[in-house]
Design a protein around this ligand. Structure first.
Ligand SMILES: Cc1cc2nc3c(=O)[nH]c(=O)nc-3n(C[C@H](O)[C@H](O)[C@H](O)COP(=O)(O)OP(=O)(O)OC[C@H]3O[C@@H](n4cnc5c(N)ncnc54)[C@H](O)[C@@H]3O)c2cc1C
Length: 431
């Protein structure tokens, strides 16, 4: 019997995972991508010996699908410490406080950061939040209420101070929007992942995740630099010609014009010395101040020394796109200047002036819009239409959402092509 040929359009993590499942189940695949490299939104480039990820990007070890797909040991992944440094410039006095571990030891964590000013109420609420989101299945966190994260935190009873100084800088840098309008379901999911696992960086950068999948698939099955003009259930069209396949998987999203999208500016600096030694992320506790734009700062080379050449450190700064727009900042040099103003206040102008700007990335359409009321789900589903679809836009904007959607798409191809008897590689979906 001849093999069934499947075209997969999009070599992001979703398309690659879908392709590798189909290959392992006896299908032949061809993967198309309009870019000349694989990875989609998960890429790493090398500049002067530094590994520069596209955006500040981590993998969560608690993601249930991702942990079956990726072998973090083989990828040499190393983890951030679970906690945070928090900038606090109230009363004109600048401090950087350390929060021990708000996920595993919430009360100790909060006490360490807010000694003196967080009410006991906030301390107990973090503990209650953690216990609430870690109970039950992941699916249960996606059920029920669907308000914004901000409303969820307020109705949970957190003080505005606690929201502004901890939740806002951390989650605006994760959701890539600055008013925490993201569905509370997504917030519960991410908080659960942070409570149950670690944030890690692979040895070869975030691009190692798609590269691992691509290696299993083989270069001979990739057609890079090919933009697919249109897709049908049995053909893809490019350069004016239709190419027939037994099935077609669309592994990308089409965002209609004028749709609000989430964007982010990421700046990578080369520093002779890291401004702090710990493997913690530094959050801007003053982010509610309209003049302070940086959401957070990470030193990937503190976690994974491969990110910088010997004797240097990589400093990665995140400014959420809507904050830059609100401040009227639209070009790379103005974003660099705004970042340096915040960093200079925190670490000293003399220190920061010696840092070399390695890359300024303006990442548009970084995440799908998942506001309150979109009924965000963690149950894989198909996209509309006849062409089988996968990608994070079908579930939620994360590596986990992309991988899970890919499993559903692969399963759908196999069902449609009446090949369920070949299914041998889909892991049981148990959370
Ligand atoms: C800055 C940033 C930080 C992030 N941080 C995290 C994080 O810390 N943790 C986390 O879990 N997730 C994070 N994410 C989200 C995560 O990266 C995405 O959810 C995931 O990579 C989506 O994969 P995908 O395959 O669905 O889509 P994509 O990666 O977007 O892949 C789609 C592919 O389709 C191709 N394509 C599009 N149109 C065509 C066409 N017409 N013809 C051919 N090819 C086409 C594109 O070139 C692209 O390669 C982050 C995203 C960004 C941008």
């Amino acid at each position: 019997m001849t093999e069934q040929r499947v075209a997969i359009v999009g070599a992001g993590i979703a398309g690659l995972h879908c392709a590798s499942i189909l290959l392992e189940n006896g299908f032949e695949v061809v993967i198309f991508d309009r870019e000349n490299e694989i990875g989609g939104r998960m890429r790493t480039k090398i500049v002067d010996g530094f590994q520069l990820d596209r955006g500040f990007h981590v993998m969560q070890t608690a993601y249930p699908t991702a942990k079956k797909v990726f072998d973090h040991k083989a990828m040499g992944s190393r983890s951030f410490d679970p906690g945070a440094l928090i900038v606090d410039s109230r009363k004109g006095k600048q401090r950087i406080r350390r929060m021990a571990d708000p996920w595993r030891q919430p009360i100790r964590g909060i006490l360490s950061a807010f000694n003196g000013f967080a009410g006991m109420g906030d301390l107990f609420k973090v503990a209650r939040l953690r216990s609430k989101v870690t109970r039950g299945t992941i699916d249960s966190q996606f059920n029920g209420e669907d308000d914004t994260t901000m409303e969820y935190l307020r109705s949970f009873g957190f003080s505005q101070e606690m929201i502004d100084r901890f939740f806002l800088p951390l989650f605006s840098g994760i959701f890539l929007e600055s008013d925490l309008r993201t569905s509370e379901r997504m917030f519960r999911f991410v908080f659960r992942m942070m409570s149950k696992g670690r944030m890690v960086l692979p040895r070869d950068g975030i691009g190692a995740a798609p590269a691992t999948l691509a290696k299993k698939i083989g270069e001979e099955r990739m057609r890079l630099g090919v933009r697919i003009g249109s897709l049908d259930p049995d053909a893809v069209r490019f350069r004016g010609e239709a190419h027939r396949f037994d099935a077609v998987v669309k592994a990308f999203s089409e965002i209609p014009e004028n749709t609000p999208t989430r964007s982010v500016w990421t700046i990578h600096y080369d520093a002779e010395k890291a401004p702090f030694k710990s493997k913690l992320i530094l959050l801007n506790g003053d982010i509610a101040d309209p003049n302070s734009l940086v959401a957070h700062v990470a030193i990937p080379s503190n976690v994974q020394p491969t990110y910088a050449p010997d004797g240097r450190s990589l400093v990665t700064v995140t400014i959420v796109g809507d904050r830059a727009v609100a401040a009227g900042i639209q070009d790379a040099s103005a974003v660099d200047a705004a970042a340096r103003a915040d960093l200079g206040r925190w670490f000293g102008d003399g220190t920061v002036s010696g840092w070399r700007t390695l890359d300024i990335q303006n990442i548009e359409m970084a995440l799908p819009e998942t506001g309150a009321g979109v009924r965000l789900t963690h149950k894989p589903r198909n996209g509309p239409g006849d062409v089988i679809e996968c990608g994070d836009q079908l579930l939620h904007g994360s590596v986990e959402g992309a991988l899970l959607s890919a499993e559903k798409a692969a399963e759908e191809v196999m069902t449609q092509k009446n090949s369920q008897k070949h299914v041998n590689n889909l892991p049981a979906r148990r959370f």
